[in-house]
Design a binder for this molecule. Structure first.
Ligand code: AP5
Length: 208
C-alpha cells in the first residue's frame, strides 16, 4: 500500500522477481483492459482518467479471477488492492474461502513533495508495464523500454490536476486501511522517500 507515486509498482515488480512470486497490479490490469478496449476497460476508463476509484465490485471480480491463475500457486504480491475498507473486507472473504493468509501488508510511507516529483517524471512502457522516471530512473535509450524495446508514454492520470484528485481519494479512502491492517497486526511501515534499491532492501529485510 501507499499513496500514488510511493513506488508500489516499482517495489512490487522487483520483489516479485526476487522472491519468484506473481505480481498482481490492479492498475496495470485495468490499463491493459483500457488499451484493449474490453468491456471492463470501457467501464473503468472514465474513473481512471479522473483519478477516481473504479467501482469496488468490478475490481474485486477482476482480482478474484486473477488469483485463480496458475502462476499464483507459490504466492503473490497484490499492488494497488485493496484500496478501501469495502475492498479489504471483500478480499478477506475471498481469502477465507480459499484458505489463503496475508503474510504482510507493507505500507510505503512517502512525503507529498516526493510524490509530485515522481509522478510528474514517470514514464511507463506500453509493452510490459515497466516503470521509468525521466531523472530518477531514465531508460538507456530515449523513450524506449530497456526490457522489451516498446515505446514509453506518460500516463493520462499523471497530469497535475489528476494527481491532486488521486491524492485526495487516497487520503479519504485508502489511508483508513492503515488502521485496518494495524489492528490485524499485519502492517509493516517502510519509509519510501529514499532511492529504490534502498527501499527494496528494507522490504526484503522485513519479509525474509
Ligand atoms: P495505480 O496504477 O495503482 O496507481 P496509483 O495507486 O495511483 O499508484 P501509481 O501507479 O501512480 O504509483 P506507484 O506507487 O505504483 O509508483 P511507481 O512505482 O509507478 O491505479 C491507477 C488507477 O486505477 C487508480 O487511480 C484507479 O482509478 C484505478 N484502480 C487501481 N486499483 C484500484 C482499486 N483497487 N480499486 C479501484 N480503482 C483502482 O513509481 C512512480 C514513479 O517514481 C516512477 O517513475 C518510478 O520510476 C519512480 N520511483 C519509484 N520509486 C522510486 C524511488 N524510491 N526513488 C526514485 N524514484 C522512484
Amino acid at each position: 500500500m501507499g499513496p500514488p507515486g510511493a513506488g508500489k509498482g516499482t517495489q512490487a515488480k522487483a520483489l516479485a522477481k526476487r522472491l519468484g512470486l506473481a505480481h498482481i497490479s490492479t492498475g496495470d490490469i485495468l490499463r491493459q483492459n483500457v488499451a484493449g478496449d474490453t468491456e471492463l476497460g470501457r467501464q473503468a476508463k472514465d474513473f481512471m482518467n479522473k483519478g477516481l476509484l473504479v467501482p469496488d465490485e468490478l475490481v474485486t471480480r477482476m482480482v478474484a479471477g486473477r488469483i485463480d491463475e496458475p502462476d499464483t500457486k507459490n504466492g503473490f504480491i497484490l499492488d494497488g488492492y485493496p484500496r478501501n475498507i469495502a475492498q479489504a473486507e471483500a478480499l478477506d472473504a475471498i481469502f477465507k474461502q480459499k484458505g489463503i493468509n496475508i503474510d504482510y501488508v507493507i505500507n510505503l510511507d512517502t512525503s507529498e513533495a516526493v510524490i509530485i516529483q515522481r509522478l510528474s517524471g514517470r514514464l511507463a512502457c506500453e509493452g510490459c508495464n515497466a516503470n521509468y522516471h525521466i531523472k530518477n530512473m531514465p531508460p538507456k535509450k530515449d523513450m524506449l523500454c530497456d526490457n522489451c524495446g516498446s515505446q514509453l508514454y506518460q500516463r493520462i492520470d499523471d497530469r497535475e490536476e489528476t494527481i491532486k484528485k488521486r491524492l485526495d481519494v487516497y487520503r479519504k479512502e485508502s489511508a483508513l486501511l492503515i488502521q485496518h491492517y494495524r489492528e490485524k497486526n499485519k502492517l509493516q511501515q517502510v519509509s519510501a522517500d529514499e532511492e529504490a534499491g534502498t527501499v527494496l532492501n528494507k522490504i526484503i529485510d522485513l519479509v525474509k
